[in-house]
Write a protein that binds this ligand. Structure first.
Ligand code: HEM
Length: 233
């Protein structure tokens, strides 16, 4: 639905590079948080797949947040308008990362997350699946052919369900039994200095919501939008 001048290959390359960079940055965050500045000369054993899974999970949220952010941000910073057309590929890349996170959690980390873990955290897992299904629907309907068939209003409605998806992700994090204790412990000790990634991610989601409300209020003050403005949201 975006009138985008850059080629599809370029948009996918940009989204892929963003995905890789964010993944590596978050992975490194997890090492530094655990006191390992140089992951290649680790003094303690840290399971790389366990940390990579966390990086895929958080990276997925960051990518989806960027794709939702771009439209509203372009309202405040017009130079970003030309970047708005990357949001579809960035959002889809975020969805792929969530699929990878789900696959790793379910099939490759049984030692960390055995069947029992899913039973004791069933509400959190349910929220994860709800988010995943919602993002799947949003991804499918973002494909040009389907988007055109749906028409602008229905397409927009479905795309906005991404905010509900992010809400389910927050519940997916908060309902995990260990989340509360790890956040509380960090607030009480500030040790390690860096906060748990799950806390940072929840704050990022909150910022996305605040941004959405700010744009909504801005729009209701301004009155009806022009068609081109509508398209850039
Ligand atoms: C859109 C879908 C999903 C997103 C965006 C997502 C995101 C996240 C995030 C941000 C975390 C916290 C990571 C951390 O502690 O650093 C997490 C944890 C976790 N998620 Fe998901 N998740 C999704 C779906 C699922 C599904 C469907 C499952 C499994 C069936 C799952 C399994 C897990 C597990 C096992 C953890 C704990 C990881 C850990 O503590 O290392 N997630 N997820």
């Amino acid at each position: 639905m975006d009138a985008c001048s850059s080629k599809s290959v370029r948009r996918w390359t940009v989204a892929f590079l963003w995905g890789i960079s964010i993944f590596l940055l978050i992975l490194y965050y997890h090492y530094v948080r655990r006191g390992e500045i140089n992951p290649f000369a680790s003094t303690i054993y840290l399971d790389p797949l366990y940390l990579a899974n966390k990086a895929f999970a958080s990276g997925s949220v960051v990518m989806i947040a960027i794709s939702l952010f771009l439209g509203p941000l372009a309202r405040f910073f017009p130079w970003l308008s030309s970047r708005v057309c990357y949001r579809k590929e960035i959002g889809l890349m975020g969805f792929f990362m969530a699929v990878v996170h789900t696959y790793i959690s379910l099939f490759l980390l049984e030692a960390w997350f055995p069947y029992d873990w899913y039973l004791t955290n069933r509400l959190a897992v349910m929220m994860g699946y709800l988010a995943l299904v919602l993002f799947l629907v949003i991804s499918i309907t973002s494909l040009d052919k389907i988007a055109f068939k749906l028409g602008y209003k229905r397409w927009k409605f479905i795309q906005r369900l991404a905010y509900l998806g992010l809400f389910f992700v927050v519940l997916h994090i908060i309902f995990q039994k260990k989340t509360y204790s790890s956040w509380l412990q960090w607030f009480q000790t500030f040790d390690p200095v860096l906060p748990p990634a799950s806390l940072v991610i929840s704050i990022i989601i909150l910022v996305v919501f605040v941004m959405r409300v700010a744009v909504f209020l801005l729009d209701s003050r301004k009155g009806p939008k022009s068609y081109s403005e509508k398209k850039s949201l």
